[in-house]
Design a protein around this ligand. Structure first.
Ligand code: ASP
Ligand code: MG
Length: 411
């Protein structure tokens, strides 16, 4: 007998029919003799609908009221799922975040979990009750509802699993696991059997959208094993877990891409102490996150600097940087929205040489120019012209042996 935490995403509970399907899966796990705690998201599209309603009224809703509004989607699903299980003869009970309680800080719309009370849940489990918890929401402990940021029910699930020391946290979704790259772009992509927390964190922050990044950070910190799997059919998905020896033998585990960044360059920047801080402090003060930064070798006391920012912040960043350029006597600035960042990820890179050079030759063989490069211990990212995204992802996937083995035609 195990303690199993299951999380069902929006598409998995997108209709009454699908909620019934989820209920049978929960019932099956329960009938096998397990204690089951379930976390659910809002029905698919519902949170977007609520956000859009707020936007019709004001562009800048009060954050407290925003959370009161967007947290309602999950209240609908916990009650429906609970009713469904009860109608099948099971004892089930739903909980809002505040009823658990799931205590968070006061940062509305992006709250962080501080602690989780486990008494209510444990009491129910002891009585044989299936516990259904609303994902995405918590309380600041002073009677205010908070939410954890979009996609936050993954984090709710991992946090509950950590608090209960569950044996596994199963995340049921509309894909059947984590893939070596986006299967919509590369049909040869393969499902990964197991992946380390660090690789998953890189994949998620570089563009793979399967799990909310914070949920993986949480899982790493508390050593929760996550099993990402499909709610539409059985079968093993992907385990996200502590790195093991086997993972290190794989050079590259995945290829990710991100088209959401833009590139800004400042030319003829005086090469003096304090200049970088003059450029980047105003950006951070305006909440613009800078990702990659390149500074060229200086030439006659001046240098060029290039960096990337989220596309959605590009206009604002250009306005800020134009003013700075004038102030520091730079020669000028330019920006480019048509870029994309392609990355290779793998813990095996730590112990193997030549990974970056394989990446560069694979891109050059296709005539793809690399505009910027950045590396970490377990990833290499290149900025390329956006129109080459798909080609770059495909050749890298192939170059690192990630393509599914070709099926030979049998005559
Ligand atoms: N319903 C919330 C959202 O759409 C939370 C989640 O689905 O994880 O962002
Ligand atoms: Mg999600």
């Amino acid at each position: 007998m195990a303690l199993v935490v299951q999380k069902y995403g929006g598409t998995s509970v997108g209709s009454v029919e699908r909620i019934r399907n989820v209920a049978s899966r929960i019932a099956k796990t329960y009938d096998e003799g397990n204690d089951v705690v379930v976390i659910v998201s809002a029905m698919s599209g519902e949170t977007n609908r609520l956000v859009a309603l707020a936007a019709e009224i004001t562009e800048t809703p009060c954050e407290r009221e925003y959370d009161v509004l967007v947290s309602t989607g999950e209240q609908v699903t916990i009650s429906l799922l609970s009713m469904c299980l009860q109608s099948m003869g099971y004892d089930a009970r739903s909980y809002l975040g505040s009823q658990i309680p799931m205590l968070t800080d006061k940062a509305h719309a992006k709250a962080r979990i501080k602690s989780i009370g486990d008494e209510n849940i444990r009491g129910d489990l002891k009585k044989g009750t299936i516990v259904i918890v609303a994902g995405f929401q918590g309380t600041d402990g002073e009677g205010n509802i908070t939410t954890l940021g979009r996609g936050g029910s993954d984090t709710s699930a991992v946090a509950v699993a950590a608090a209960l020391k569950a044996d596994v946290c199963e995340i049921y979704t509309d894909v059947d696991g984590v893939y070596t790259t986006d299967p919509r772009m590369v049909p040869e992509a393969q499902k990964i059997e197991k992946i380390s927390y660090d690789e998953m964190l890189e994949m998620a922050s570089l563009g793979a959208k399967v799990l909310q990044i914070r949920s993986v950070e949480f899982a790493k910190k508390y050593n929760v094993v996550i099993h990402v799997r499909s709610s539409f059919h059985d079968g093993q998905g992907t385990l996200v877990m502590k790195e093991d020896h086997e993972m290190e033998t794989v050079l590259v585990s995945g290829v990710a891409y991100n088209k959401d960044e833009a590139k800004i360059s400042i030319f003829g920047v005086p090469d003096q102490p304090g200049i970088s801080s003059q450029i980047f402090t105003p950006l951070s003060e305006n909440n613009i996150t800078v990702d990659m930064i390149i500074q060229n070798i200086s030439h006659e006391g001046a240098t060029d600097m290039t960096f990337t920012v989220p596309k959605s912040d590009c206009k604002k960043a250009v306005e800020i940087v134009e003013k700075i350029a004038e102030k520091i006597n730079a020669r000028g600035i330019s920006h480019d929205m048509e870029i994309s960042k392609v990355s290779i990820i793998g813990v095996g890179m730590r112990s193997h040489a030549g990974v970056a050079s394989t990446m560069f030759s694979a891109l050059s063989e296709e005539g793809i120019n690399i505009q910027m490069i950045s590396t970490s211990e377990i990833k290499v990212s290149c900025v390329v012209d956006a129109k080459y995204t798909e080609l770059a992802v495909r050749v890298l996937h192939k170059a690192f042996g990630l393509d599914l083995p070709e099926i030979e035609e049998v005559l």
